[in-house]
Design a protein around this ligand. Structure first.
Ligand code: PRX
Length: 663
């Protein structure tokens, strides 16, 4: 895809793909096989009541949707509900001894938590949290890896009505402290450490460092990976395991939350340096996550379902914790990485637990494909349904996934959605529509996506005609706002394609920030981000965030980050760096840059290349033309250089990177 944002034109050169039919056996047993479902959801807003009716409410809503103050919509107004009750308590009468969470440690250790166990644990943890003063509406920051304590703490928070804000464990101390501050969070829940590739990682040191510059220090509650701490724990921190013991067998009534009360915050990268706290509501979010888990992931209570994502991102919130548990299924969690201690680890776990539904990302599929089919050999597993999420999947990778992992028997749902949308937005209903490799598929029931040009005009449904992806009708899973910043909510998502003076919701459209095509069969193909947000191995990274971390290095004068296509990770960041006078490019500075990114964001964000240049290509008004750097990184023809203040700069950098022979 090549884009020219100023002109709003997007070129795409894609080849149409053939359809793949879901097998009859799948269709016969699918949760949804009646195509009338689309008609039912056409009725707005009543259609979405079908999702809300999957939940238990203390009080049902008086009004399905209140659109009177766009874009601050309200869903299931007047309803009262508790998410933890819906994910745990309500299953006790039918399946108390069924496994709720099946946890596999990196070293093969296994823990099965039944719904009854989960109920006990969550009650005790709720009591422990309350005992340190956590009250309804207090935001609790979690910085936890893939341990059972993560979903348990989330569910304890939602039980007592304290919104959680989980920060992915790979995020650094600085990233953690930024999020704690932004949320005015007075509590952090973390852990002493966890395992990665056989090594025990000290995790609590990130909290130690995050607290250093803070005047008002949050209360720190610490889980331990083993019975006793493996690293030094500061005296003022509270050991949660001990505290939980003090509350053994205590029961805490779930709080009746208003449907519109906050369930959680999930920070995500945007086009500015500051991450945005996407604020999700209780009733609408839970209804949407549960409904899509049932209809799109085809989850049934008797299934063993494995979403191999991290709960630290939205995928894990919606599709490891809230959706699957609200449906009363068995959800698998894995602590480690797919290649440790060997490259067959994923298939070993799939066989061990006889997983029915498998959920992963295109990055993982490309990696499995690169490792080769031989790593699948000797494992006996068979999936009924598989998911792809987080980035566009190339048809070749899709077909490999279908043939080798799905064994031509599993249905694939490619699900397009975002942290902001709470749940799936574009994807096929697996028992109804044919699959098309590379296409996320049709709009989900009740969802109205549209492809528009820069002026907001709908683009013809044709291969090769791409545009901005917008959503023209509200849905219950959508974020309520950017935490503490309503203006940013409007300017980021609504301003561009809405009539912001209008009080009619019909005049407002949500901007996704992605480029996409809709073909005549109404299938959508997602091309990727149009803004300065990259998608590295399915993780969203703002180029501005990276650049701010790089210019922290004293010898750096200026930096621009460009996205380079990568065969496995999808995209990787290339950093173009100008040094201050008197400094020479060196491995030492390169190391400092990498360290600064690790400290500012996390190891996963490290630039793939650091390229020292004399100057950056800029417009006459001084704006850095990242698009040209992207052309250079990808060895593409340089786009329009006429607006540059010095047109020779881009050419010089191109020669520096590719030599005279480059494009
Ligand atoms: O660019 C799209 C891409 O991931 C972005 C959202 O990232 P995040 O908020 O981290 O959520 C990821 C998990 C839902 C989108 O703007 N994206 C997500 N799913 C797909 C996708 N791109 C193509 N195909 C998908 N299925």
């Amino acid at each position: 895809m090549s884009t020219d944002k100023r002109r709003g034109t997007i070129e795409a050169h894609l080849v149409e793909q053939q359809y793949y039919k879901p097998p009859d056996e799948f269709i016969e047993q699918a949760n949804i096989k009646d195509p009338n479902i689309y008609e039912r959801f056409e009725k707005f807003p009543e259609g979405f009541e079908e999702y809300a009716n999957l939940l238990d409410w203390y009080k049902t809503w008086d009004q399905v949707f209140d659109g009177s103050k766009p874009p601050f919509y309200k869903w299931f107004v007047g309803g009262k509900i508790n998410a933890s009750y819906n994910c745990v308590d309500r299953h006790l009468s039918t399946r108390k001894n069924q496994t709720a969470l099946l946890w596999e440690g990196e070293d093969g250790e296994q823990k099965n938590i039944t719904y009854q166990d989960l109920y006990r644990e969550i009650n005790e943890i709720s009591a422990a949290l309350k005992s340190v003063g956590i009250k309804e509406n207090d935001i609790v920051t979690l910085h936890l890896p893939m341990v059972l304590e993560l979903p348990m703490t989330m569910l304890a928070c939602s039980r007592i009505g304290a919104p959680h804000s989980e920060v992915f464990a790979g995020f650094s101390a600085t990233a953690l402290s930024d999020r704690v501050r932004d949320a005015n969070s007075e509590y952090i829940v973390t852990i002493d450490g966890y395992y990665r590739r056989g090594e025990f990682l000290n995790h609590i040191e990130k909290t130690d460092a995050a607290l250093e510059g803070m005047d008002e220090r949050p209360t720190v509650l610490v889980w331990t990976r083993h019975e006793k701490p493996m690293v030094d724990i500061k005296e003022e921190y509270i050991l949660l395991k001990d505290l939980q013991k003090e509350h053994k067998r205590e029961l805490v009534d779930p709080v009746e939350r208003n449907a519109e009360d906050i369930l959680f915050l999930m920070y995500t990268s945007g086009t500015t340096g500051k991450p945005k706290g996407c604020q999700h509501r209780t009733g609408g979010y839970l209804a949407y996550a549960t409904g899509t888990s049932k209809y799109i992931l085809d989850i049934k209570p008797e299934d063993t379902y494995w979403c191999a994502a991290d709960i630290g991102w939205i995928t894990g919130h919606s599709y490891i914790v809230y959706g699957p548990l609200a449906l009363g299924t068995t959800s698998v969690m894995y602590e480690g990485t797919p290649d440790y201690p060997h490259k067959g680890r994923i298939w070993e776990i799939a066989e061990k637990y006889s997983v029915d539904i498998f959920h992963t990302s295109p990055t993982a599929v490309r990696m499995f494909m690169k490792w080769g089919e031989e790593h699948l050999e000797g494992y006996d597993f068979s999936f009924r349904l598989m998911t792809s999420v987080g980035e566009p999947i190339q048809p070749e990778a899709w077909i490999w996934y279908y043939e080798y992992i799905g064994k031509k028997e599993a249905v694939i749902v490619d699900t397009w959605w975002q942290t902001e949308t709470g749940g799936h937005m574009i994807t096929n209903l697996p028992g109804i529509s044919d699959m098309k490799p590379g296409s996320a598929g049709l709009a989900a029931p009740g969802i109205k996506p549209m492809i528009v040009d820069g002026e907001g005009k709908e683009i013809d449904r044709e291969v090769g005609k791409a545009g901005n992806l917008i959503i023209t009708r509200p849905w219950p899973g959508m974020l309520q706002t950017v935490y503490g910043d309503d203006e940013r909510f409007i300017s980021t998502y609504w301003e561009e394609f809405s009539d912001t003076n209008s009080s009619e919701w019909e005049k407002w459209s949500y901007k996704a920030g992605d480029g996409a095509i809709q073909t005549s069969d109404k299938y959508f193909r997602i091309l990727g981000r149009l803004d300065d947000v990259m998608n590295v191995a399915g993780h969203r990274l703002g180029t501005m965030e990276l650049e701010s971390a790089i210019v922290e290095v004293k010898s750096v004068a200026e930096a621009a980050v460009a996205s380079r296509k990568h065969p496995e990770k999808g995209e990787v960041p290339d950093a173009y760096v100008v040094l201050r006078e008197g400094n020479k490019a060196s491995d030492e500075i390169r190391k400092c840059i990498n360290e600064s990114v690790e400290e500012g964001i996390g190891k996963f964000a490290r630039p793939a290349n650091v390229i020292f240049v004399e100057d950056l290509p800029k417009t006459r008004s001084g704006k850095i033309m990242r698009r040209l750097l992207e052309n250079i990184s990808n060895d593409e023809e340089l786009g329009d250089t006429t607006t540059l203040s010095d047109p020779t700069i881009a050419e010089k950098i191109r020669i520096q990177v590719h030599g005279e022979g480059g494009k």
